[in-house]
Structures are given as C-alpha cells and as structure tokens.
Design a protein around this ligand. Structure first.
Ligand code: G3I
Ligand code: 9MR
Length: 593
C-alpha cells in the first residue's frame, strides 16, 4: 500500500486513484469530503486545465442532476502555479448526499449537505483524546477495534539530575500517572499540555450548551459531567502531579531518555524521568489550572475540592515563575551536564512574555484580584500572534473577552480596545480570501505551512469564531468554515487530515499505536500535522513530491513525522473549530438556507 501510494504522490496531481468503493475517482477535485451546511458557502477546487466550463451537482448515486453551474476561469495557484478553477454551488441548499461531476475531469468524492454536518467530526476529534490516554486499558467497549492494553503507568517516575532539589534529590521516585500521550510519541510535555487543555476548556467555556449533550462513549459518559470535562480531567490530574509540592515549581516533561520504537504502549517499559523545572512549564501550568479551577467549580459536587486544589496549584506555580522568570529548558545544555541524556521533544521556548500574559489573565479572571491584572504588561505591543505551543498570548485575550461582563473596573476599561484588536486581527485573516485560488483563510502566505500547519488553520478558525462571537458578523464564521473545509479536503494535497473521515484521508500517521497495533485503519479522530514546507529536510523521508511547493509538501507515510504526525495541540483547536461551528450553526443561519 505504501509503495503504491508513494508512486502516485510522486507522479503528481492528475492521476486517478481508487476510492473506497473501488470506483475510479479523480484526485483533482478537492473539497470538504464530509460536506456542507445548507446555509453556508459550498466550494470545490478543480486542479488542472480542462475544456468545458460546466459542472453538475448530482445525487450520490449519479442518477439525477440537481444543480448546474459554471466553473470560474482558471487562475494559477499562488504557490504551485498550477491552474485552478472553482465550482461554486452555494446556491444549492437541499439536504442530501451528492457528488460533483465535471466533464473531462470526473466525479468528486461523495459528500452531504445537511444541518449538523460536522457533528461527527467534532465528536471524533474529542474522542481522539480518549485514544491518547496513558496508564489505562482502552477496552473494546469504548475503543472498538483499537482496544489496547495500558502502558506507561508512570507510577515510578524518576527525578532526573536536571530536576534535583534538596527535598527531591536525583533518583527520587514520584507518582505521575495518567495524562495523554503528546503525539505520535509516548512522552508527556507540560508546555504542550498547557495550550491543548486550555483550548479544550475554552471550547467548553464558549459553548457549554453544545458540550452538555455530547456523548463520546468514554468510561465517564454516564456521569453528570460533560464528556469534554471528563476527558480534560484525565490530563489535568496528571499535570497536577508534575508540580513539586515543596516549592511550587513544575517539571518540564515526563519522558524516556530517547523516543520509543514503533511499539505498543504496553511493550514500552523504559525508565521515565521528570526533568528540569522551567518558567514555561510553570506558567502554562498556572494558566490552565487557574482556568480549570473556574470551570470545575461548577462541578464541586462531582469533584469535591478539585477546584480549590487547582487554584492553589496555579497560584503556587505563578509564584515560582515570579521568582524564576527566565528558567529556560535548554535540552542541549542539560545534556552536556547531566546523565542520562534526554533526546525527546524539547518544546524549548525561550521567551515567556506571552506565557506571563496568559497566566496573569486566567488568574485574574478566576480570582478577580487586580494584582494579577497589573502584574505584567498585558498589552506590550500591537501584535496579535496566532496561538501555538510557544505562543499563548491570545489565549489570555480570548479569556478576557469571554468574561468581559464579569471583570473589575480596572480591566473593563480595556475591553473596547481588546475587542477592537480581536476584530482587526480577524479582518486581517480574512482579507483577500475570495481572491485566493483555494478560497481558504489558510494559505495566505507560505508561512502558514509549518510543522503542524493543520493547527495553524484550526487556530485561525478559533480567532475568527471569537470575532464572530464579539460582532455577530457572519463573514467571520464563513472564514472559519473555509479552514474547516481546508482541513477536511479543500487543500493542495486533497487529503482530509482527520483520520477516519473522508474517502481520501490520512491513513498512515506517524503515531506509534496506529503503526504497531496491526489494524489497517489508523486510530480515528486524530488530526495529521499536515503540509510542512520544510518536511523533506526535517524528517528526510523518501517520497516527497519532487519540486513540491510549500502547500504540497506532505506525504501520508508513517515515516514522515514532520508532515504526518498527530499531536494533542493540533487536535484541540480542531475540536474547538468543528464544535464551535456546530454550536453556532443556527445562530449564524448555516443550518437552513
Ligand atoms: O519559528 C520558526 C518560524 O519563524 C519559521 O518561519 C519556521 C519555518 O519552518 O520555523 C519555525 O520554527 C519551527 C518550530 O517548530 C515552530 O513552529 C521549527 O522549524 C520546527 O522544527 C519546529 O517544529 C516542532 C517540532 O516538534 C520539532 O521540534 C513543532 O513545532 C512541534 O510541534 C514538534 O513537537 C513534537 C515534539 O517535539 C515531540 N512529540 C511530537 C511533537 C509533534 O511533532
Ligand atoms: O517519533 C518522534 C516524533 O514524535 C518527533 O516529533 C520527531 C521529532 O522530534 O522525532 C521522532 O522520532 C524520530 C527521531 O527524532 C529520529 N529517529 C527516528 C524517530 C522516528 O522513528
């Protein structure tokens, strides 16, 4: 299978590939393979020049034409310079299952037009976190054919020499169980857990009604707590164990010295260490625990004392960071000094002003104590950097905007300017989208195609949903949908990057359980990092298309950790994006024409 796919990718975009049904379908009609809301724009991209300007929307069985449209004149793609035409069938809104037929090109994958069209992908993305749970069996009842044994109990994590303190010298054994595996690897990183868990909690805070009724079939589904909060708690409980009770500092990660092989969790039994405490870890921890204390406070009967524990943990980590504002996690430097050497993911941020902003914002909103609002300069400059694991400033801004009606006067005075900034940022994101060949917000410049670019698309979508919530202007949610369309297939490689969803979706992610479990289909509901302009030089896998442009550098091969790994900090914004759009579909007039 790999070899065949590789040849197809190398040979380019115009080849026919086989669909799940065994019918020949062209790879060069690219669209959201899941579908469209009746009241939303409906666009497909056609790659390559062809005669004939008409396209037909047909019932999925191909028997009946329900809509006929005119393709746009072809335009050269901004990066690959390939000719692109657009089939726009936004004028059609009748629910059903359809295909697009383009004379001289072929038929598209089938897709739906209906309300709730992204309900299943939103739920699957969240269920993806269940499949990432460590230290617990995943029985068939919940995990289906991907059931597996527990691994990584982490009940005996060793304090690494880099983390040694008087009260916990090197070699001390601590209990640090649970948590999610970070990505395709089996280690647990506090910095990346911060933005991930914070994003899931933000989704809940923004759309509580939506999550109240969602059932994921996880072990806690029968309790009274929304599944998203039960799932997030699996990781939060692990995060709590990463704080040194003696000083409030937080270990950067819990890790093997080196990455495990491509084996199942229960076969991975190397010793695991907690390493150096750092400012990034402390502040990500403080931010997410402060946020969590606010969220779980409403579930005090289900989790007595939890909210208070979280707030205390948050303030102690914050205080540690005040005393240690520049404790960088420098893995290379540590490796010169300590043994064993550690070569797993570094998440080595060196700049913490954004982490201070996020933590201060969350602590302020949860406690209403002005001292947090004034502790750091929350608005040091005019930039609005898109969130990523090493850049969390906007997470603080989203929180302040979300709670705008419940702030002290000190912060209230800044709200109009903050809202204006969020709106202006969204305007910048959507500017020019209709003139771009793929008509997605994603891909304005080559810079969007970095390692984990799928999370760029998803985080842009979150910024747009925030602007929609603040203004009620439909153009922002339409922009957010364009990026969901991108992630589910309207992109330059024609893949749905969500495993298990779409006829042409990621099948071979760099994900140890998916590689090692002997099951053909990958674990479902995981978002591939996707296109990465520098993937070929970063992981050096064979099979990248020759002369690929920035938006085409992707291979669906498990070797490719730089373009085809999955990661929790990419799944979380996907969950926010898909769930937010689902939650807003009625208000935004998407569900009906
Ligand atoms: O910041 C620069 C940017 O200025 C520049 O334009 C761009 C061009 O490529 O590069 C940017 O830096 C990249 C950085 O990510 C920030 O996006 C680096 O090149 C790139 O090497 C780095 O990749 C990180 C990767 O680890 C390697 O360190 C990814 O963000 C990060 O998501 C990934 O995380 C790994 C963990 O270490 C281990 N577990 C799996 C996880 C996912 O792959
Ligand atoms: O599997 C690892 C993946 O999670 C990381 O993102 C990636 C970059 O740090 O590294 C992967 O591990 C590779 C290692 O760096 C080099 N040898 C091959 C490993 C993959 O099998």
């Amino acid at each position: 299978m790999h070899a065949l796919k590789k040849i197809l990718t190398v040979a380019g975009f115009s080849l026919l590939i086989s669909s799940a049904q065994g019918q020949a379908v062209p790879d060069n009609i690219r669209l959201n393979q899941i579908g469209f809301y009746p009241g939303a724009p409906k666009v497909a991209v056609v790659v390559g020049e062809n005669n004939g300007g008409e396209f037909y929307l047909k019932t999925a069985d191909g028997t009946k034409t329900v809509f006929t449209g005119q393709l746009t004149q072809s335009k050269l793609n901004e990066f690959s310079k390939k000719p692109i035409r657009i089939a726009n069938f936004s004028g059609f809104s009748k629910p059903g299952s359809y295909v697009l037929e383009i004379p001289g090109v072929g038929k598209s994958y089938s897709f739906d037009i209906k309300p709730d069209v992204h309900q299943a992908v939103a739920a699957a993305g969240l269920k993806g976190f269940y499949y990432q749970r460590m230290s617990i069996d995943l029985p068939e009842k919940y995990a289906g054919k991907w059931h597996r044994k527990a691994g990584h109990p982490d009940s005996k994590a060793i304090v690494h020499p880099s983390a040694a303190s008087d009260k916990r010298p090197a070699g001390t054994v601590i209990y640090s169980t649970r948590g999610w595996l970070d990505a395709g690897d089996y280690n647990k990183y506090i910095v990346n857990s911060g933005i991930t868990t914070g994003t899931l909690l933000a989704a809940y805070e923004d759309f509580p009604e939506y999550f109240k009724t969602q059932k994921l079939n996880i072990p806690e589904s029968s309790n009274q707590v929304p599944d998203v909060l039960d799932e997030a708690l699996w990781n939060l409980r692990w995060m709590l164990t990463m704080q040194d009770p003696n000083d409030g500092g937080v270990y950067h990660k819990l890790t093997n010295p080196a990455f495990d092989g491509m084996i199942m969790p229960d076969k991975a039994d190397k010793p695991r260490y907690v390493v150096q405490k750092g400012t990034g870890a402390a502040l990500n921890f403080a931010a997410v625990m402060a946020q969590a204390s606010r969220v779980y406070k409403n579930f005090n009967r289900d989790f007595p004392g939890l909210s208070d524990t979280m707030l205390t943990a948050a303030t102690r980590a914050w205080e540690w960071a005040q005393k240690n504002p520049k404790a960088i996690y420098d893995q290379d430097a540590n490796n010169k000094q300590f043994a064993p050497q550690v070569t797993t993911g570094a998440y080595g941020d060196r700049e913490f002003s954004d982490e201070f902003i996020w933590a201060a914002s969350e602590l302020y909103v949860s406690t209403k104590q002005d001292k947090y609002y004034t502790a750091v300069n929350l608005f040091p400059d005019d930039t609005m950097p898109l969130p990523s694991w090493n850049q969390v400033r906007l997470l603080g801004y989203y929180t302040l905007a979300r709670h705008q009606n419940n702030l002290t006067p000190l912060a209230k005075k800044d709200v109009p300017a903050l809202k204006e900034r969020l709106r202006a940022f969204a305007d910048e994101l959507i500017a020019g989208v209709d003139a771009r060949t793929y008509r997605t917000v994603m891909g304005k410049t080559e810079k969007d195609y970095i390692w984990g670019s799928s999370s760029v698309a998803a985080n842009q979508g979150i910024a747009l949903i925030n602007a929609y919530k603040l203004t009620g202007d439909k153009k922002y949610i339409v922009g957010a949908i364009s990026n969901l369309d991108y992630l589910l297939g309207r992109n330059a490689v024609g893949y749905s990057f969500l495993t298990g969803f779409g006829e042409k979706s990621t099948l071979n992610p760099h994900h140890r359980p998916s590689v090692a479990d002997g099951i053909k289909e990958p674990v479902p509901g995981l978002l591939s990092g996707g296109t990465n302009a520098r993937a070929n030089v970063q992981d050096k896998c064979a099979g990248y298309p020759a002369n690929a442009s920035a938006d085409e550098m992707y291979i669906d091969h498990d070797c490719s950790y730089a373009s085809n790994e999955i990661a929790i900090n990419w799944n979380a914004p996907f969950v926010y994006l898909a769930s937010g759009i689902e939650a807003l579909q009625d208000k935004a007039g998407l569900a009906k024409k």
